[in-house]
Design a protein around this ligand. Structure first.
Ligand code: SAH
Ligand code: SF4
Ligand code: F3S
Length: 442
């Protein structure tokens, strides 16, 4: 038996969907009368909301568990109840209890059951729930309360694409779309709770659809009519689900921000095929051309994997040349990590040695940094709106985001949640500085 927890701390790793899930788990525990604490080491219940995407992400959870227990031991406190949630929970299930003696293991589709599982653990029995009922959790989660000006809203989960390197189809299950009305209602609740910008989330968010075939662009147009909501974003998209209606929305819906995260992973058709990406270099580039025709100032970002099995220097050069051709505003890049249970983990031919991966990653990141700096530099002198999200380091300084998702800092008496019009007066490689023009540009 352990005492019923009074305080909790949720720590989320991985993608934005995990951040969203972490917030929802927090609301769930708060609705049980528990109090959130920022200090994991002081909490009676710690929820580690984990990511399985790469080996390093997965191993983090085990070192965190060890550290939490060590700190408790040294402070002569009882160890907290530890719940492992998220994608490692889904992938490893009860094995985590065997390996690390945690109290609760709960998958991403079952976290609405967390209070019951914690109660079971407090009574002394480890509790594991990795069931995958389609979107059951959304119906039973408590209402959204206070949120930041930029809020996440999950609209789609799961993936049917089965890229050969990726665990997501296994940890998050098949593609499902939440119902239209439930999403619009949650968006309104988020706005009532303080959101000015909403980022629609999905592992393949642009695959969102309903029986009427409204598609993500239909949803975006409905959210465009929500009063008090000023900005709409969405992530992450798959090239093959990028339909004409969505591209048109970028030209026509003012609240839809000029930013598109569209991962390509590699620039060589041979590697794209081995990855089962089901698009080619040429089809990807043609797609971006259509997007840019609709919204010429759009900021593009991508994800890249270096060192996929079989990747030669020539294949890698194709990735670099694709980056040159696109000119991304930002990008995320990773060394290939073989994941248990994925087809690529069985591909032993053309294994790329660690030092080659490191060297390719450095070259790729230099190209990305160059393009990001160029994109930022091109913003110099522009006038744009900035959504104020938090205080800066200096007194009177605030930080916000441009429409192109760049961080902007400026001196202002505007408050968190204000949308103000700003002139960009300095462009650094990683951020911009602005000077405020008119208050309430929105
Ligand atoms: N659904 C999204 C995001 C998936 S995960 C998409 O398709 O783009 C985020 C990123 O992690 C991927 O885009 C990919 O670049 C990277 N990633 C996924 N599996 C990986 C692996 N086994 N090794 C290295 N990077 C990986
Ligand atoms: Fe993973 Fe590919 Fe699905 Fe993205 S599209 S989640 S990379 S399987
Ligand atoms: Fe990681 Fe799961 Fe997201 S594996 S990237 S937390 S979907």
């Amino acid at each position: 038996m352990k005492p019923t927890p009074k305080t909790f701390h949720v720590k989320s790793f991985g993608c934005q969907m995990n951040v969203y899930d972490g917030e929802r788990m927090g609301e769930l525990m708060a609705a049980q009368g528990m109090t959130a604490t920022d200090d994991a080491n002081a909490a009676d219940l710690v929820v580690l909301n984990t990511c399985h995407i790469r080996e390093r992400a997965t191993e983090k959870v085990y070192s965190d568990i060890g550290r939490l227990r060590k700190v408790a031991r040294e402070a002569d406190r009882p160890a907290p109840i530890i719940a492992v949630a998220g994608c490692v929970a889904q992938a490893e299930g009860a094995e985590i209890v065997a390996r690390a003696k945690v109290d609760v293991v709960v998958g991403p589709q079952a976290y609405h059951n967390l209070p019951g599982l914690v109660a079971q653990a407090a009574a002394g029995a480890a509790a594991v729930d990795t069931d995958m009922p389609a979107t059951a959790k959304f119906g039973v989660l408590p209402a959204r309360r206070k949120v930041s000006p930029s809020a996440f809203l999950t609209v789609q989960e799961g993936c049917d694409k089965f890229c050969t390197y990726c665990v997501v189809p296994y940890t998050r299950g098949a593609e499902i779309s939440r119902p239209f009305d439930a999403i619009v209602d949650e968006a309104k609740a988020l706005v009532d709770a303080g959101a000015r910008e909403i980022t629609l989330l999905g592992q393949n968010v642009n695959a969102w659809d309903d029986a009427e075939g409204r598609g993500l662009h239909g949803l975006i147009r409905a959210l465009d009519r929500v009063e008090g909501l000023h900005r709409i974003r969405y992530t992450t998209s798959h090239p093959n689900d990028m339909r004409e209606g969505l591209i048109r929305a970028h030209a026509e819906v003012e609240k839809l921000m000029p930013y598109l995260h569209l991962p390509v992973q590699a620039g060589s058709d041979r590697i794209l095929k081995a990855m089962n990406r089901s698009h080619s270099r040429a089809s990807y580039l043609a797609l971006l051309e259509r997007v840019r025709a609709a919204r010429p100032d759009i900021a593009l970002s991508g994800d890249f994997i270096v060192g996929f099995p079989g990747e030669t220097e020539a294949d890698f050069a194709d990735t670099l040349s694709l980056i040159d051709e696109v000119g991304y505003a930002a990008s995320f890049s990773f060394k290939y990590s073989p994941r248990p249970g994925t087809p690529a983990a069985e591909m032993t031919d053309g294994f790329v040695p660690e030092e080659v991966m490191v060297e390719r990653l450095q070259r790729l990141q230099a190209a990305i940094a160059r393009d990001q700096a160029a994109f930022n530099a091109a913003t110099f002198g522009k006038r744009c709106t900035v959504l104020i999200e938090r205080k800066g380091k200096l007194p009177g300084q605030m930080l916000g985001k441009s429409p192109w998702l760049q961080s902007v800092h400026l001196m202002t008496d505007a408050q968190i949640g204000d949308l103000i019009e700003v002139d960009i007066v300095r462009a650094d490689p990683n951020s911009l500085a602005g000077v405020e023009r008119l208050r309430d540009a929105a």
